[in-house]
Design a protein around this ligand. Structure first.
Ligand code: AMP
Length: 209
């Protein structure tokens, strides 16, 4: 099954993707994670991407599309994948249509005020990528792998505002682009509450195949 998760930064796409990935045995492809890995090696591309990410803007479409194209051609994607954070522009959506056929587009909805609260209190494990909220963890270390949790540079208040503007201007038009095959879910409750209807929906899709 090939799935796109659409939604603003901080709407809960990553958490949802992890649950789908586990139950349906397909990899989560987070372009944000792919770019954070590129930033780690100190290459000219890494330095360019670092600057863009820190500002909360988007990496150019050509670079992003190439990286996704390469990733979905890897062997673990043969039974499908979950795109988390891609496409983020209509040009990326159009390019993806030419690369492969997507089974489902899930829109994760959350009011911007809640997103701002959640992103401001989000802490991330730099090693395993697990996500925490300062309100519900007791230690500054990842409960999965023990690494010291960090606040992503782009989760700082000044950058969050810009990221949401970028979402409104560049990514929200994709809602129209995919309108005919959009499944909407609200993520205003717990991750389990968000996942439950999505799981039922994906199981029904799988049964039809
Ligand atoms: P995320 O972890 O999904 O919030 O992504 C973090 C940052 O990576 C974004 O703010 C962008 O700078 C960059 N990024 C991730 N996905 C894309 C994409 N599809 N197109 C362009 N830039 C992206």
């Amino acid at each position: 099954m090939k799935i796109i998760l659409l939604g603003a930064p901080g709407s809960g796409k990553g958490t949802l993707a992890k649950k789908i990935s586990k139950d349906f045995d397909i990899p989560q492809i987070s372009t944000g994670d792919l770019f954070r890995a590129i930033v780690k090696d100190d290459s000219p591309l890494g330095r360019q991407v670092k600057e863009i990410m820190e500002s909360g803007s988007l990496v150019p479409d050509e670079v992003t599309i190439e990286i996704v194209k390469k990733r979905i051609n890897e062997s673990d994607c043969k039974n499908g994948f979950i795109l988390d954070g891609f496409p983020r522009t209509v040009a990326q959506g159009e390019a993806l249509e030419k690369i492969t056929q997507i089974d489902s587009v899930i829109l994760v909805e959350l009011p911007f005020e809640t997103i701002i609260e959640r992103l401001s209190s989000r802490r991330t494990c730099p090693d395993c990528g697990e996500i925490f909220n300062t309100n519900d963890y007791a230690s500054a270390n990842c409960s999965k792998c023990g690494a010291t949790l960090i606040q992503r540079d782009d989760d700082k208040p000044e950058t969050i505002k810009h990221r949401l503007e970028v979402y409104e201007n560049n990514t929200a038009p994709l809602i129209n682009f995919y309108s005919a095959r959009l499944y909407k879910v609200s993520s205003d409750k717990t991750p389990e509450d968000t996942y439950r209807p999505v799981k039922t929906f994906l199981e029904s899709l799988e049964a039809k195949k």
